[in-house]
Design a protein around this ligand. Sequence first.
Ligand code: SAM
Length: 238
Amino acid sequence: MASRIAEVLEIRPSDRTADIGCGTGLFAREVADLVHPQLPLQCVDPSAAMLKQLDASASLLPVQASAEDLAEQRVRLPHGPLDAVWMKEAVHHVADRAATLAGLAELLAPGGRLLIVMLPATIEYPLFSEALKRYEALQPDPAGIAEHLTAAGLRTSLTYVEHQLTLNTERYLAMVRARYMSLLSMFNDEEIEAGIEEIRAHHPEPELRFPDRFAFILGRRDDVPPSSAPSDASGGAG
Ligand SMILES: C[S@@+](CC[C@H](N)C(=O)[O-])C[C@H]1O[C@@H](n2cnc3c(N)ncnc32)[C@H](O)[C@@H]1O
């Protein structure tokens, strides 16, 4: 995942970068190890508890803020404008996605890239039916996210990346009990246990195999810097 993010964003060592909704910084750490950024990778998350788990490293700079804080410029990143920025599995937390993504697009330098990585509108995880139903009701459609990036003036592409996961069934059930997806925190202990029984009934096999699919929505700011833009020779008509 980290190398795919670095590759799609074409991150160069000199780029000013940010991981918005970075969580514990797992992917930021791996991207920094791959890219060796000259400036620290700015790890943005509204949760102090998440940021506390970030590796202490000169190549990672924690910034406590939400995507909305950046988009509305309530918080300014020390290293901007941005050349490469990504938001992985966090866009569903944003309430006004059109406005926030437009605000984030404004933070891009000319030629800057903004990548949204997210689960698709439907998933084939071996979860219980009520969890899958709730997921489908809540998860934004990647095509809608792509439309927001286009509306924000970015040249946008949407691709899907899929790989097969194989997990020991008991291990997966323990992950469900530990509410490994934030979606599962909507269910109380009794509902989770009933859900686990439902999964067991549908999957008596010792190992679960299922596809993990991610949408990659890339937006690129194509405009040229003001200094190299052709000047208006008309003298101003209006
Ligand atoms: C599912 S985790 C993803 C973490 C990391 N990007 C990853 O893929 O491992 C979602 C993260 O989004 C953060 N988050 C929640 N609301 C947010 C917002 N409005 N703006 C940015 N991040 C947000 C949460 O604190 C959490 O760390």
